[in-house]
Design a protein around this ligand. Structure first.
Ligand code: NAP
Length: 454
């Protein structure tokens, strides 16, 4: 098995790298295990300083790293720059708050002194996706590292150069041997790594099938797991919504990263009374998008990351249309080299169509027209997924009331769903379990240990 780096804008094979053999995996796990006591006994303040340095390096090397992201997974260069900046902000956040978030918590009890202290678990395996190749890793690894764990990363096979660059920034920031390791392994090697006694927990960001496989293995050996999986987020537009705002947020929410985001708005649930107005404005905005070279400044929509993902998306669109959906705009792969797909809106999405029940991971917006608010909530919750959800209304109290009824991990009112280091992030149902970011994220891979002293 080898890791292949293709340029999604051209389809060209850039480079390939062999995966680790058994001896290299053994060496990596042994090095990570050796580093556990050293890193765990490094004062928390010093661990935070190291992360702060990581943030500085990300900023200094921003354009070089962003270029690599664009080259390997195809997102717009401007979006790749923003991703690196967001990673630096994430480092700043945990460098500043890590100490207080992991501080001992005194608790009144029958003891003279009782408290909860937060201790590291050991080595955590991070299985990562390609769609935000730096940000997903930073948000999973940095809090685990600040908590005193060491981290071994298995990155997606189509972003090996990003994986190697991530390894290099940790080294440059002074993380000694074994504290962070890039494990170049295939997904079929993940199970044996989870089973290895030197691994104490696993976090996976990716698809449902990968999540189920990792969780099953982790469960069979009773190791902690955290899953950040797919979503089919509802984006509800109520009859009293600010349509211009809703369209502006819909454009960002659906077409950022060429639609390849777990928290992208995927199902636009629109009240019938304003549906024509919303669809007309949305169509006009979508037709103004410019599909093109992600390194060029003129493009506003990049290629998709892989040919197979584009094929799958197109088959979901075709199957939805065959079962009654209508194409408002787009609906075709773009001719020529590269994995481009035309920005698409499909309307009259209904039960039985893939666009209703599956995740459409690309630049396709699905419109579902509903008669009233209650039906909008029912449709929003009629999904196996439960990651994010958004509601648009000029009445923010009404928005909050509805947001509370959405079966998801993050609900936004009058804004697209986004991740922010200060706010917990994660899903329910088939979107996974556990939380990343904020004070909750840093406490996922710790032993919250009770101390009772007479
Ligand atoms: P994926 O195919 O599940 O891959 C994700 C990672 O899991 C890769 O490193 C992959 O390695 C590995 N993997 C795949 N199958 C595995 C298995 N059976 N056992 C162990 N590891 C396995 O997902 P993707 O296509 O890269 O990413 C898209 C999906 O991720 C979408 O569903 C998206 O919504 C979701 N996602 C969720 C979040 C979130 O925070 N909730 C964020 C981003 C993406 P290989 O590349 O070597 O196969």
């Amino acid at each position: 098995m080898s890791f292949q780096s293709h340029n999604p804008a051209t389809g060209e094979l850039l480079e390939q790298f062999p995966s680790f053999d058994a001896e290299q995996v053994e060496h990596a796990l042994a090095t990570a295990a050796d580093a556990v006591p050293i890193w765990a006994n490094t004062p928390l303040k010093s661990r935070c300083k190291r992360v702060s340095r990581l943030g500085e390096i990300l900023r200094v090397r921003r354009d070089e790293l962003a270029r690599l992201i664009t080259l390997e997974m195809g997102k717009l260069f401007s979006e790749a720059q923003a991703e690196i900046e967001k990673c630096a902000i994430g480092c700043d956040y945990y460098a500043e708050h890590g100490e207080s978030q992991l501080a001992d918590e005194l608790i009144d009890s029958d003891a003279s002194r009782s408290l909860v202290t937060h201790q590291p678990l050991g080595t955590i395996l991070a299985v990562m996706p390609w769609n935000f190749p730096f940000w997903q890793l930073i948000r999973a690894a940095v809090p685990a590292l600040i908590a005193g764990n060491t981290v071994v990363m298995k990155h997606a096979s189509n972003v090996p150069q990003c994986a190697m660059a991530i390894d290099s920034i940790f080294r440059e920031a002074g993380f000694a041997d074994g504290i962070f390791i890039n494990l170049m392994i295939s997904s079929s090697q993940v199970e044996s790594v989870i089973r290895d006694p030197r691994i104490h927990g696993v976090t996976l960001t990716g698809s449902g099938p990968a999540g189920r496989s990792v969780a099953a293995t982790a469960g069979s050996v009773l190791k902690k797991s955290l899953l950040e999986l797919g979503g089919s987020d509802p984006f509800i537009v109520l009859d009293d919504a600010d349509i211009d705002l809703a369209v502006q947020q819909a454009m960002l929410g659906r077409f950022l990263n060429c639609g390849q985001s777990c928290i992208a708005a995927k199902r636009f649930i629109v009240l019938e009374s304003i549906a024509e107005q919303f669809v007309t404005s949305f169509k006009e905005a979508v037709e103004g998008l410019n599909v093109g070279d992600p390194m060029g400044s003129a493009a506003t929509v990049a290629p998709m990351a892989r040919a197979d993902l584009r094929d799958e998306l197109h088959s979901q669109v075709l199957a939805s249309v065959a079962r009654g959906a209508t194409i408002v705009t787009g609906g075709e792969p773009v001719d020529g080299p590269g994995y481009y797909y035309s920005p698409t809106i499909i309307d009259h999405v209904a039960p039985g169509q893939p666009a209703w029940s599956e995740e459409l991971f690309g630049p396709v917006a699905s419109i579902i027209r509903v008669k009233d608010e209650r039906t909008a909530i029912e449709v929003a919750n009629d999904s196996d997924f439960g990651l994010g959800g958004a509601v648009f209304t000029k009445d923010s109290e009404r928005g909050e009331r509805i947001a509370r009824q959405l079966a998801c991990g993050c609900a936004f009112v009058n804004g697209m769903v986004k991740s922010d280091p200060r706010l917990p992030f994660g899903g329910i149902k088939q979107s996974g379990y556990g939380r990343e970011l904020s004070y909750l994220g840093i406490r996922e891979f710790v032993n919250a240990k009770t101390l009772w002293v007479r």
